[in-house]
Design a protein around this ligand. Structure first.
Ligand code: NAD
Length: 439
């Protein structure tokens, strides 16, 4: 079996590499020549644990190839995955121009039966648009070639993407024909041997499943942030409340950690896109609108605490630990750190930041508006306070004595609740966190 994966970003690169890993011949296609040239040399565009070694090995063994040439690459493929971006348009709806451009290119170049699978996160109805684009391009060529469309949304988590793909909780496939079902079953069989389920359904349900999953996860985060804010007002400790409610198996412990708001390339845009889809149909998704507004508010919570502590921020200098929207990724898209930095700079403060892997990506967005340090401790000199923004494991048990000595003031604002307020008090730090009493 041979497959093409079109769009070699987070999802496309992980998808292509993991299929190659189980022995399938894969061609990863992208319009970004620089990205493809680098991948051929074993240089990855993203940081993702475990991915580099797999890319290099599968490329060396000839199962994983890279190209910018869609026309020459898809001719002998059985399946073509569309894994390009679906960024939010100006009105919040998913912008499908990249998906449709790829569908059109597939129709212009395919030569035999093909299953065209959308892996990008797309609104209900997109597979139909893909089908029409492929068909129109075939009609222009006066060719009658059979093809099927399918929806196979991706549920990988950045930071654990390889593992998620190789050992999926579930594989969702929406399709219309038995022929396509047989091919997709054969393709995914290596991932099902350990009992991971594959769930077949109609295409609109598959498209909706992805949005519903992300919307539910975003809802859990915003709900917990709302509870945390009330805990603070009422003198309760959200860490106890979290453990208390998480013990109920109907609620569970995952995704109920309060913080400084969700970010990343998926939740913000997918929540917006789903609300927009509903709006276009005359339906108001009240919960999702609240989820989004709680999240917007939450991105300011740490800044508000800083402002309350210092009053004027003019001339103040801050050390920041963490920039990426979550640990184990260098993805800076919609990272809460960007909102906090923007607010601090606009009040006349300066920032020196450290992130184990995201500084290169952060520099592309922030330029020289902040400075970057070589180690987490090098951020501290002359800083009025330390801000914890991403909960990287190496920040969890730091040398507090060195922090105290190098900071100008022994003050920590922890947006991820990784330290214990009582311990921080004993160590002589003023410590502010989320949903617990500041000390
Ligand atoms: P990305 O921006 O990292 O990658 C998209 C790639 O597509 C880029 O390399 C771009 O150059 C390429 N591209 C654009 N137009 C092209 C074309 N015409 N032909 C070939 N390549 C083209 O995006 P991503 O994070 O991988 O997300 C892709 C999709 O998967 C989105 O819909 C996203 O919502 C969804 N998704 C993302 C994640 C995630 O964690 N990043 C998880 C699940 C689903």
């Amino acid at each position: 079996m041979k497959i093409a994966v079109i769009g070699t970003g987070y999802v496309g690169l992980v998808t292509g590499t993991c299929f190659a890993e189980v022995g399938i011949e894969v061609i990863c296609i992208d319009i970004d020549k620089n990205k493809i040239d680098n991948l051929k040399k074993g240089i990855l565009p993203i940081y993702e644990p475990g991915l580099e070694e797999m890319v290099v090995r599968n490329h060396r063994d000839g199962r994983l190839n890279f190209s910018t040439d869609l026309s020459g690459s898809i001719k002998d493929c059985d399946v073509a995955f569309i894994a390009v971006g679906t960024p939010p348009g100006e009105d919040g709806s998913a912008d499908l121009k990249y998906v449709i451009a790829v569908a059109d290119a597939i129709g212009k170049n395919m030569e035999e039966y093909l299953v065209v699978v959308t892996k990008s996160t797309v609104p209900v109805g997109t597979a139909n648009k893909v089908k029409n684009s492929v068909q129109n391009a075939l009609d222009e060529r006066n060719l009658k070639i059979e093809f099927d469309v399918a929806s196979n949304p991706e549920f990988l988590k950045e930071g654990a993407a390889v593992d998620d793909f190789l050992k999926p909780d579930r594989i969702i496939i929406g399709l219309e024909t038995d022929r396509a079902a047989e091919i997709m079953k054969r393709l995914y069989k290596p991932f099902l041997l350990n009992g991971h389920p594959i769930i077949f359904m109609d295409i609109p349900s598959a498209e909706m499943t992805k949005y519903a999953a992300n919307a539910m996860l975003a809802t859990k985060i915003s709900f917990m942030n709302d509870i945390a804010n009330l805990c603070e007002i009422m003198g309760a400790d959200v860490s106890y409340v979290r453990q208390g409610i998480g013990s109920d198996p109907r609620i569970g412990h995952k995704f109920i950690y309060p913080g400084i708001g969700y970010g990343g390339s998926c939740f913000p845009k997918d929540v917006k896109a789903l609300a927009k889809t509903a709006h276009e149909q005359g339906y108001k998704m009240q919960i999702l609108e609240a989820v989004e507004s709680v999240n917007d508010f939450q991105k300011s919570v740490l800044f508000n605490k800083i402002k309350k502590h210092f009053g004027s921020l003019e001339g103040k200098h801050f050390a920041m630990w963490g920039l990426a929207f979550k640990p184990k990724t260098d993805d800076m898209r919609e990272a809460p750190s960007l909102v906090i930095i923007e607010k601090l700079l606009s009040e006349g403060a300066t920032v020196t930041a450290y992130d184990p892997v995201a500084m290169h990506e952060a520099e592309k967005v922030l330029g020289n508006s902040i400075t970057f340090a070589k180690t987490q401790y090098d951020t501290l000199d002359n800083a009025d306070a330390l801000l914890i923004v991403t909960e990287w494991p190496e920040f969890r048990s730091p040398k507090f004595e060195e922090i105290g000595l190098r900071l100008k003031n022994k003050v920590i604002f922890d947006g991820r609740n990784i330290y214990e307020p009582t311990e921080m008090k004993e160590l002589g730090f003023a410590y502010a966190c989320i949903g617990r009493k500041d000390t």
